[in-house]
Design a protein around this ligand. Structure first.
Ligand code: SF4
Length: 346
């Protein structure tokens, strides 16, 4: 790695709150260098989610490996534009599947087969067929955190960024929203108040966001009375109701949170979302302070820089199928329409 790239990467990591000894670790820097070369040799790009560890969030332009860093909606849009032969997806399986559905002629590799999601696993295509039979004619909105087979049964998908707009725009006075019960309850309050619509919910939950309890946030608000609160839609409605109005802040998607900090005059924020979004925020707003109860997604953390390098090494070899996302044509076609409808709200 050239000295310039090396120092830019290490400096960016330190801005994101990573210690100097980790940021300048020789093994890490060698892996980054190899990934950058492999991407070029094998015509691959890396799409990386904001919940990845900081090492995978530094962009290629800053000496890192990611060609695009974003939330689920941003990554979906980026997947439609990929011109390289292959995508290495630093996120979880449902995200890599979405990239495959949107750009099926490209190879999509997920660096760990263990990168699942408690929400995606909480509901199957069969469950959605059951709901549709029980509530005939009611439109089904599937959160992007579902597997492709489940999406194929929905009328439209949504991400946390466009869920509210989609729920409000759908025809009729009811809708089925799957699978996150807490996001559903948080949305329902706004949707009902603004349109009078009822939402039929599923009982899934995110194992990270469901851990933000009222007492934990209230305790932090007492310790940091000047701080504003940044809470994700997937945080339990009870926690949101008891904390947000005390300090001000936002209930929203990852991108809503990032944009809110840019606009806010506050200098201190309590984050109610995945731990590594704290690294993203520190990197973007180095002069603001973020108090982060560090709850990490165990699925996202299955992927690190070394597994990403392994996936790239395997690309184009007989080991590639250990990482490659394969979906059958029926599932791709079935999931495409609800995802495409979602992108009209991007
Ligand atoms: S943070 Fe929650 S919703 Fe996101 S991948 Fe992890 S378990 Fe799934």
């Amino acid at each position: 790695m050239s000295v310039i790239t090396y120092s830019a990467y290490a400096q960016k990591l330190q801005e994101m709150g990573i210690s100097r000894s980790v940021a300048e670790n020789t093994d890490l820097l060698k892996a980054v260098e190899e990934i950058r070369e492999l991407k070029q040799q094998k015509r691959a790009v890396i799409l990386s989610h904001y919940y990845m560890s900081a090492e995978l969030q530094v962009t290629h332009a800053n000496g890192g490996v990611a060609d695009f860093v974003g939330d689920s909606l941003g990554l979906s849009v980026a997947a439609t534009k990929v011109e390289a032969d292959a995508v290495v997806f630093c996120g979880v399986k449902f995200m890599a599947e979405t990239a495959k559905v949107l750009n099926p002629s490209r190879k999509v590799l997920l660096p760990s087969s263990l990168a699942g999601c408690s929400l995606a696993e909480s509901i199957t295509a069969e469950d959605v067929r059951f709901l549709k039979k029980k509530h005939p004619g009611i439109p089904v909105v599937a959160y992007i955190n579902t597997y492709a087979e489940t999406k194929a049964e929905a009328d439209i998908c949504c991400t946390s960024r466009n869920a509210l707009a989609i729920a409000k725009a759908l025809p009729g006075d009811k809708l089925i929203f799957v699978p996150d019960q807490f996001m559903g309850k948080n949305l329902q309050q706004r949707v009902k108040a603004e349109t009078g619509k009822e939402m039929i919910l599923w009982e899934g939950s995110c194992e990270v966001h469901e851990q933000f309890s009222p007492n934990q946030i209230l305790g932090l608000q007492m310790m940091y009375p000047e701080a504003e609160l940044l809470v994700h839609w997937e945080v339990p409605d009870d926690t949101v109701a008891r904390t947000l109005s005390r300090s001000g802040g936002i209930l929203g998607s990852t991108t809503d949170i990032i944009n809110y900090v840019a606009e806010s005059k506050a200098e201190q924020f309590i984050l109610g979302s995945e731990c590594d979004l704290g690294a993203t925020l520190r990197g973007m707003y180095p002069h603001k302070e973020f108090i982060v109860p560090c709850i990490r997604c165990p699925h996202m953390k299955q992927i690190d820089i070394y597994r990403t390098r392994d996936a790239l090494r395997a690309l184009g070899t007989e080991r590639e199928d250990l990482f490659r996302i394969d979906l059958n044509e029926t599932v791709i076609q079935g999931a495409y329409l609800p995802i495409k409808r979602m992108l009209e709200f991007a």
